[in-house]
Structures are given as structure tokens and as C-alpha cells.
Design a protein around this ligand. Structure first.
Ligand code: PLP
Length: 507
């Protein structure tokens, strides 16, 4: 097999190798079943790195021209008669799309969120992976009447463009909503977002250059970790204990790495369910002031408390304008309208608007008008009162299912709010392997590695209880444990709930 490389050509070496082998296969000069040289051997013969040959072989495999088997090496696949005619078209190669990608695109490789969302409407799978509101609680009647009223009376506005920062009456409502929760902010400092996920993306665009450091909790929300990784940031994880972010470790990190910001979920943290104590919040703010580091507070769950009272946000405790506050209607109400918001210090609010205008001009107008109307009629507060009770029942049902069905060595945190149980598998069981078996049993959860930016956390999982009626919660848990039972031989340990102290080793 003769391959000639042109080192002056702008075409990458791996593509030159791929194209020449492709030509040999399609012209049948390399027959089906013939073996290609091992990667190392070909790399040596051509004077290139082994990874160059690996990439060329990967492309050929993706083209359906070769196949690799452990032990048998790489062989040419059978090309059906007729396809060899493509040889005449070889001067025009199909684009190898990856070779055109930006560096940022190459850092977006983890499809876990879209995979989870793909399962959302599958009725044959009980997905305890999705941390979403239950659709049995959607206030459909109210939205039906609000939306049809808006379309009749305000159709010219709700289908037209609106300001990038959002529908002003909704921003006024949000400023009032935050004021009642101790946050002094003006409508002009808040912006409506296409879900708080967009706020994470805007923060990354505004603050992060490749190589910049930022601090996250460990574990942390996977959607944020992916945004920060795509930005090429250096993600520094700080562990949690039962009071939240470990400020002793944070202090060392701040003094050493000068991160751009600290990303934290102080209330009903996703995935651990932990709520940062008031004392810890004060210490965190003090550190932020001392080291001059802004805080990005992500707060989707604080309205969903099932015990005691609502926790004050970091933003409400911040006297020096360091906290950027993100929240969303996705968990309180429903996620499909894609409505979140950010409250930021004035200068930054302007920059965020400028950044958002390049993304999507503004959030869907009808959604904004409808949610504003819903909130202004006092229906959000009413809805929250109802769902707090309903989700507490679901939380207790998951707790009861775990107590009843958990095998020896399986442990979990009982959350006081939010949607998630954070669980630890018996010694030696990997969450990824368990997920593969669980999916065969038509159930799903999120394996813990998704929540760690720098590896670790392979034997934990997140179970969400919010979405299903009680009997399906139990059935989902049962299927996971059935899969687990097939993988794991019970040892001496017995199933148990984590006590407050035992929360520590989990995170
Ligand atoms: C902690 C956290 N932040 C942000 C988001 C994104 O929510 P949204 O639907 O508002 O984009 C989620 C969704 O699961 C979340 O759990």
C-alpha cells in the first residue's frame, strides 16, 4: 500500500492518509477483507505520529470503508457493487466536517443533556434522570385562558419583537418578586433569559477566555460544567460538606489561582441537595470581597422547600454588588416556555444584554407576556403553595421506596427541597455500568461523573422524584435496584440513610 504525503499541502496529514486509502478501497485496489497495516507500523513507515494514523482510520471507519476488531486488526469492508463507481468522483471529496470545526466546537462533545431530554416523552421508560416539574401540575386551564386572551387582545404585540432585555412589565414583576425576598434590584438590572441555561452561557461569553480559571462546587450542575468546559476554562472544583461549599479550601484556591468567578448553587444544590448554611454564606461573601471575585449564584430551587422556611439568597446578603443572580420558571412552573432571568449589577446588566442580542435577539414574546400575566394575577404564589405540598409527598414516596427496596450498601441523602436524591452505590459498582443495565430495564438516572468537571464520582447517581406519580417513582427505583442486583453480590453492609455527618464523604 503506497501512500505519499505532501508536507507542504494545507491538507492535514491524517486527511491525506484517509483520502489515499479511500481511493484504494473504492477502486478495489484494496479488496474487501484485506488487512491494513497496524497504526503504529504505518505511522513509523510514514514518519508521522501514531495519532495521525488513528485519526485517518477513524475517518475511514466513519465512512463505512473499514472495520477494526480487537485481535483481528483493521480490515477493508465489503463495498457493494456499483459503489466503486464513486472512484470517478474522487476528485470531489465529501467534506470531513470535523476538520472545519472551531476549537470551541471540539470541546462540546458530551451529549448527556440532550440524551436525557430525548427520553422525556418516552412513555416506555421511567426516567428518574429528569429533574423536571410534574406535568400533572401544569396550570393548563389558566394558561389556556391567558394565552387566548392575549392572542385576541394583544396579538399585534405578542407575536412581534420585544426588547432584548425582556418584556418590561415582567422585569418589573421580577424586581418586585426579588425585593420581597430581600434583594434590592431595579427592573433595568434584570434581564429575561431563554432559561437560566442561557444565563450560564452568557456569563461564560462575558467572563471567560480559554485557560481562565473559575471555581465550581464539586459536584455541580452538569449543564454549567459543560458550558464552562466549552469555553475552555480551567474548572477548579471545591468540595461540599453538610453546610455547603468548603470555604477553607476555597480560600486557598482563591489566593493561588485568581479565578474569574465562583459558580455556586447555595440552596438545594444540584445534584447533592445540600443547602449552604447562613454562616457559610457569610463566609463565602467575605472571601469574594477579600479576593475581589464575583459570584454567579444559580438558584432554580429555593422556592421548592418542603421543610422550614425559604433560605435567603446570597444576592440578598450581598452589600457590595458582587453577586450575579440567576433563576428560572422551569422548576417552579414548567420548562417548555424557556423562561429564566438574571439580576446583575447595572454595568454588567448592559453587557449581558449586548451579548444576548447576538444569541437570539430576545426571549419568545408570547411566553413572556403570558407568564407576566400569570404572575400578576397572583397565580404563581398560589401554584407554588400547591406544588410545595405535592413535591413533599413525592419526595417522601421516593424516600419510602428507597427504604423498602435499597440493597445492602446503597446510601442516599434525603433532600429538604428541590428535586433530587444524591445516592452512593455499594463499593465497587460503577454508575455508568449500572445505567447501561438500567436502560435495558426501561428506567434511567444520571450517573455521577456528569457532575464532576475533573473526573471522580463514578459510584454515585442522581435520582429525581419530581416528575412521576408515586407508583412510577417506586417502579423506577425497583427497576434500578433490579439492575443493580444483577451486578452486585451483597456483602456485609446494610442499606442505610446517610446521617448529617455522613453527608461529608459523599461530596
Ligand atoms: C442548577 C440548574 N441551573 C440551571 C438549569 C437550567 O434551567 P433552565 O430550564 O432555566 O434553562 C437547571 C436545569 O436543570 C439547573 O438544575
Amino acid at each position: 500500500m503506497e501512500i505519499k504525503l505532501d508536507r507542504k499541502s494545507p491538507a492535514p496529514l491524517y486527511l491525506q492518509i484517509r483520502n489515499q486509502i479511500r481511493r484504494l478501497i473504492l477502486s478495489r485496489r484494496l479488496q474487501a477483507g484485506s488487512r491494513l497495516p497496524p497504526e503504529r507500523e504505518l505511522a513509523g513507515a510514514l514518519g508521522v505520529n501514531r495519532s495521525t494514523v488513528v485519526n485517518a482510520y477513524r475517518e475511514l471507519e466513519a465512512d463505512g470503508l473499514i472495520e477494526s476488531y480487537v485481535g483481528r486488526g483493521t480490515t477493508v469492508k465489503f463495498i457493494p457493487p456499483g459503489e466503486e463507481g464513486q472512484e470517478t468522483d474522487l476528485a470531489v471529496q465529501t467534506p470531513v466536517w470535523k476538520s472545519f470545526y472551531s476549537r470551541q466546537a471540539a470541546r462540546m462533545f458530551n451529549p448527556i443533556i440532550s440524551n436525557i431530554l430525548d427520553l422525556v416523552n418516552r412513555e416506555d421508560i421511567i426516567s428518574l434522570a429528569v429533574g423536571l416539574p410534574s406535568n400533572e401540575f401544569y396550570p393548563l386551564k389558566e394558561f389556556n385562558s391567558i394565552m387566548s386572551g392575549l392572542i385576541c387582545e394583544k396579538g399585534r404585540y405578542v407575536f412581534g419583537h420585544g426588547p432584548t432585555a425582556g418584556h418590561y412589565p415582567l422585569r418589573e414583576y421580577l424586581a418586585g418578586f426579588l425585593k420581597e425576598r430581600g434583594v434590592e434590584t431595579m427592573p433595568d438590572n434584570s434581564m429575561v433569559l431563554s432559561g437560566s441555561q442561557q444565563g450560564l452561557d452568557l456569563a461564560a461569553k462575558v467572563f471567560l477566555e480559554p485557560g481562565d480559571a473559575l471555581v465550581v462546587e464539586e459536584p455541580s450542575y452538569m449543564g454549567a460544567l459543560q458550558v464552562f468546559a466549552a469555553a475552555g476554562a480551567r474548572i477548579l472544583g471545591v468540595p461540599l460538606d453538610e453546610e455547603g461549599l468548603r470555604v477553607d479550601i476555597l480560600e486557598q484556591i482563591l489566593s493561588r489561582y485568581h479565578p474569574k468567578f465562583i459558580y455556586t448553587l447555595p440552596t438545594f444544590q444540584n445534584p447533592s441537595g445540600i443547602t449552604m448554611s447562613i454562616l457559610r454564606r457569610r463566609e463565602l461573601l467575605k472571601l469574594a470581597y477579600r479576593f475581589h471575585v464575583p459570584i454567579l449564584e444559580d438558584d432554580p430551587y429555593s422556592e421548592l422547600y418542603y421543610e422550614g422556611e425559604r433560605m435567603p439568597s446570597l444576592k440578598s446578603m450581598d452589600n457590595h454588588g458582587y453577586v450575579i443572580y440567576l433563576s428560572t420558571f422551569s422548576k417552579m412552573l414548567f420548562p417548555g416556555l424557556r423562561l429564566g432571568w438574571v439580576a446583575a449589577p447595572p454595568v454588567l446588566a448592559g453587557q449581558l444584554v449586548m451579548t444576548k442580542q447576538l444569541d437570539d435577539f430576545h426571549v419568545n414574546s408570547l411566553s413572556q407576556w403570558a407568564v407576566n400575566e400569570f404572575c400578576r394575577r397572583g397565580l404563581l404564589e398560589k401554584h407554588l403553595m400547591r406544588v410545595r405540598e405535592e413535591y413533599a409527598v413525592k419526595r417522601d414516596l421516593m424516600q419510602a421506596s428507597l427504604e423498602e427496596l435499597a440493597p445492602p450498601g446503597f446510601r442516599w441523602n434525603r433532600p429538604a427541597g428541590g428535586y433530587h436524591f444524591w445516592c452512593k452505590l455499594p463499593e465497587g459498582v460503577k454508575a455508568g455500568a449500572l445505567l447501561a443495565r438500567t436502560i435495558e430495564k426501561k428506567a434511567a438516572f444520571v450517573p455521577s461523573d456528569a457532575f464532576f468537571a475533573n473526573g471522580g464520582g463514578t459510584n454515585r447517581l442522581r435520582l429525581s422524584f419530581s416528575r412521576y406519580p408515586g407508583e412510577l417513582i417506586r417502579e423506577g427505583v425497583r427497576r434500578i435496584f433490579e439492575a443493580l442486583g444483577e451486578m452486585f453480590c451483597p456483602g456485609e453492609m446494610s442499606g442505610e440513610v446517610l446521617t448529617r455527618q455522613e453527608v461529608r464523604p459523599l461530596v
